[in-house]
Design a protein around this ligand. Structure first.
Ligand SMILES: C[S@@+](CC[C@H](N)C(=O)[O-])C[C@H]1O[C@@H](n2cnc3c(N)ncnc32)[C@H](O)[C@@H]1O
Length: 336
């Protein structure tokens, strides 16, 4: 690709963002439509919509039949909200808040500060507390990327004698929902920031799923300081990647302290850290850039040696490392 094509990549990305926001793939899922029909349904300008759709056709997102009707293509299917591997909200997050952070990349390079901080004067989670709409998109995006991992964990977690799983920084509980659905004997505790727990609890109540309501609870906590005890297995997925070593060790210590707080005859607790680790990460080349935009100051790419050092500093011992979907490594730890 030429430098001009590369420089215009953000225009394509913005067009994907518009399609995701407007829910165009959802509209086309029922039947193909002309741009005029779509514009009326979506309440937008026909000419502008056509410009966006033409750009997206060029990259295989949506297709146009000979009669001028647009339909979904393989490339647009994951923009459907109800697609089993939907990434609609992840696309909204990447082309929304994260792209705005990228707009301050030069400042980040010049100052060494995270780009999001340079732009908004605050870190990711502080920002989300002040922008309810983006926080909702963030939760849904995390839910989308958690789904494939939940399926693998439901099959491979060692569940003998396990009653309770605690997901630390578990967002709206998607990982636990996926595991609990397959294992009716389990209960789950999802630990996250207060506002995330509030939204997740409300969504669960509104779902009317009595079984899950009885087995899944949300507990607000600052995981830098504390974590609920009582878990036989602790999960920590896609949390450490936001934080530098010092903060990561603080989070791991909160968990190891909770793991120690249990009767002597209880099954030894297990922690599974799921995070990008360089040796297991196909997308490793972009990772430092992502951290520079949304991570805490000083958050670097983690290698296997780093994660072993950080877990050891928190009183944990790594017993295995394996590959998971989504370029994650699963690092299983017990108390040292
Ligand atoms: C990148 S998301 C990952 C969510 C989920 N584990 C997943 O993989 O889908 C990180 C999560 O950590 C939570 N988090 C960040 N800081 C926290 C804090 N101080 N205490 C509790 N949770 C926190 C966020 O609210 C968010 O849900």
């Amino acid at each position: 690709m030429s430098v001009i094509e590369l420089s215009m990549g953000s225009w394509i990305s913005a067009a994907v963002g518009v399609a995701a926001r407007l829910g165009i793939a959802d509209e086309l899922a029922t039947q193909p439509r002309t741009d005029a029909e779509l514009a009326v349904t979506l309440g937008v300008s026909r000419d502008s919509l056509e410009a966006v759709l033409s750009a997206l056709l060029m990259v295989g997102v949506f297709a146009r039949d000979e009669d001028g009707r647009y339909r979904n293509s393989e490339g647009s299917e994951q923009l459907r909200t109800d697609h089993p591997q939907s990434l609609r909200h992840m696309c909204m997050l990447l082309t929304g808040l994260y792209a705005q952070g990228c707009g301050s990349l030069l400042e980040a390079v010049q100052t060494g500060k995270p780009a999001l901080n340079a732009r908004y004067g605050m870190g990711l989670y502080e920002y989300l507390e002040q922008d309810a709409e983006t926080a909702r998109i963030f939760d849904r995006a995390m839910q989308e990327v958690a789904r494939p991992v939940a399926a693998v964990l439901a099959e491979h977690l060692p569940l003998e004698n396990v009653r309770t799983i605690v997901d630390v920084g578990g967002g709206n509980g998607e990982l636990l929902k996926g595991i609990l659905a397959v294992h009716p004997q389990l209960t789950g505790i999802c630990v996250d920031r207060a506002d995330t727990c509030r939204r997740a609890e409300q969504a669960l109540r509104e779902s009317g799923d009595e079984d899950l309501l009885g087995r899944l609870s949300f507990q607000a906590a600052d995981i830098f300081q504390e974590c609920p005890s009582g878990g036989d297995i602790y999960l920590l997925k896609n949390v450490l990647h936001d934080w530098n070593t010092e903060t990561a060790v603080q989070i791991l210590r909160s968990i190891s302290t909770a793991m120690r707080d249990r009767p002597a005859d209880a099954v030894p607790p297990l922690l599974v850290v799921m995070d990008p680790v360089r040796e297991y990460d196909q997308g490793a080349a972009l990772r430092p850039l992502i951290k520079m935009v949304i991570g805490e100051q000083g958050t670097g790419e983690r290698t296997e040696a780093d994660i072993r050092r950080e877990t050891a500093a928190a009183g944990l011992q790594v017993i295995s490392i394996s590959q998971l979907p989504a370029d994650l490594a699963a690092v299983a730890c017990v108390l040292a």
